[in-house]
Design a protein around this ligand. Structure first.
Ligand SMILES: O=P(O)(O)OC[C@H]1O[C@H](OP(=O)(O)OP(=O)(O)O)[C@H](O)[C@@H]1O
Ligand SMILES: NC(=O)CC[C@H](N)C(=O)O
Ligand SMILES: [Mg+2]
Length: 504
């Protein structure tokens, strides 16, 4: 998951894109970039780091124009430490194209070879997003029938992309001199929505929070397989560009990735987390008698709604036992295990009086590698807790994710191939309670607040091993691992780079 945004307006968009990226910062902390367009010319600034570090006043001044796009990156392909892989990506033909991508292609390797041998295109990085851009460029070259470019030509090109590309992709691209095109893969795995400003500007963004925070009225989600083309006059054209489409959004967005104040595909993220807390409460009762729990303590940040609801249902006090250093970013999306481990202690500190002599139930939204829970359980014990119980609002994460969450190997997952008792021993708690998969799906589906699209199912592959695109082989998974593993190996040398700047 990365955060992407695109705007067509009648006024300069640089500040608007910056503000939207800041609202999407939780989706990617490694790199940020913006491209704007003026008189067919692109202006780009991108670099490693958080939004506030990457864009200084001088950079903002050099981004003129009334349309543009931006991205915050959380790498899931290629190299987290490479500046060249920061987005947007650019190719000069046809017309001049820049693109931002949230997701992960599962056939990038094969496409790269095909782009070279059949389409005679050169890919200069390990990023799957550069591959995606070149496929779009090739298809657009094929479908353009004279100038000016027509919306139908753009949609035909997106059709071509949907035929060739596999995996997850929410995309926004700018076509120099013509407009902005946005599209979502036929399963709608990664989110994308659109809204309008009072001045008529049209914004597309990963999450509705980016629209809310920039005074854009949320209009709707982009449907799976749909493409939206906004020309430079602000006229919007839409078309379905996939033979078959079925909405199966990634359930991990609701569990952890998205901000709770966002609504995605008609589902309130906050309500989904409350519901997860409610069903988790029922599981807790069957494992630990509530009379044996003195206090419920969330592990900040993402577990808070689930933990409040769980405590409310069990009738047990909810207390804040861990204080989060707001200047340290999200641990899970940092690249490399060494930096993730170090940052848990930097980020969270205990309030000893909430633990001393008490039986505590710690609640997290998910346990993935176990990095956070292992540290936290020990911290609770160090603070004097008598018993430490642990509950996860999501089921055990047992399978690699290939759709844009950086957990490419099953070996790194604490729950892979282990019983709950074995996981409990590794984490070091006195009891471990997990959500179950069906209860999670029901809880999230019931958080629907509007009837957007027909939700068929969720992609819950990291929990149940079922990949909604249906075409993932063991070979694909190990190939996707290869580049990521190199990143992990290099992580000690680079751990300094991955820590967000403390002066922000
Ligand atoms: O088992 P692990 O591999 O440690 O991963 C799971 C943890 O990582 C996330 O927290 P994170 O600190 O990234 O973000 P948050 O502040 O939004 O909770 C998530 O909320 C869990 O706490
Ligand atoms: N998390 C994402 O959406 C990542 C996008 C792309 N695969 C990259 O690694 O840059
Ligand atoms: Mg957390």
């Amino acid at each position: 998951m990365c955060g992407i945004v695109g705007v067509v307006s009648s006024a300069p968009v640089n500040q608007l894109i910056y503000d939207a990226l800041l609202l999407l910062q939780h989706r990617g902390q490694d790199a940020a970039g913006i491209v704007t367009q003026l008189d067919r010319k692109f202006f780009m600034h991108k670099a490693k780091g958080m939004v506030r570090d990457v864009f200084r006043t001088r950079n903002m001044r050099s981004l003129p124009g009334n349309c543009g796009l931006g991205q915050v990156r959380y790498p899931t392909a290629g190299n987290a430490f490479s500046e060249e892989e920061a987005q947007p990506f650019y190719v000069n033909a046809p017309f001049g194209l820049v693109l931002v991508h949230n997701g992960n292609l599962t056939n990038a390797h094969a496409l790269k070879a095909e782009l070279f041998s059949n389409d005679h295109r050169h890919i200069n990085t390990e990023s799957d997003s550069e591959v995606l851009l070149n496929v779009l460029a090739h298809e657009l070259e094929k479908t353009t029938r004279g100038l000016p470019l027509k919306p139908m030509d753009v949609f035909e090109a997106v059709r071509g992309v949907n035929r060739r590309v596999k995996g997850s992709y929410a995309v926004i691209a700018l076509i120099a001199g013509h407009g902005l095109v946005a599209f979502r893969d036929p399963h709608g795995i990664r989110p994308l929505c659109m809204g309008r400003g009072e001045d008529g500007s049209i914004m597309l963004a990963s999450e509705s929070v980016a629209l809310d925070g920039t005074a854009h009225q949320f209009e709707r989600d982009v449907a799976p397989g749909e493409a939206i083309f906004v020309d430079l006059e602000g006229q919007m054209h839409t078309q379905y560009c996939s033979e078959k489409s079925q909405l199966s959004p990634c359930i991990f967005e609701y569990v952890y990735l998205a901000r709770p104040d966002s609504t995605m595909d008609g589902i309130s993220v906050y309500q989904a987390r409350l519901n997860l807390g409610e069903t988790l409460a029922k599981r807790v009762i069957s494992t630990v008698p509530p009379s044996d729990i003195d206090v419920v303590i969330p592990i900040p940040e993402s577990s808070r709604p689930s933990a409040t609801q769980l405590a409310h249902l069990l009738g047990i006090p909810y207390r804040e036992g861990f204080v989060k250093n707001r200047y340290v970013g999200r641990t899970f999306i940092m690249p490399g295990q060494a930096v993730r481990k170090k940052s848990v202690r930097q980020k969270l500190n205990t309030i000893v009086s909430e633990f001393k002599g008490r039986n505590v139930l710690l609640v997290d939204d998910s346990i993935v590698r176990g990095t956070t829970s292992r540290e936290i359980v020990q911290m609770a014990r160090d603070a004097g807790a008598r018993k430490v119980y642990m509950a996860s609002a999501a089921p055990p994460v047992r399978y690699p994710n290939v759709y844009g969450i950086d957990m490419p190997t099953k070996e790194e997952l604490v729950a892979h191939g282990r019983s709950i008792e074995e996981i409990r021993q590794i984490i070091g708690c006195d009891a471990l309670i997990y959500q179950d998969v069906d209860a999670m799906k029901t809880a999230v589906a019931q958080a629907r607040v509007n009837a957007a699209g027909a939700l068929s199912d969720f992609d819950a592959s990291c929990f149940d091993g079922i990949y909604v695109t249906g075409d993932i082989s063991a070979n694909d998974i190990s190939r996707l691992n290869e580049t990521r593993l190199q990143v992990e190996e290099g992580d000690d040398d680079n751990s300094r780079l991955a820590l967000p700047n403390a002066s922000v």
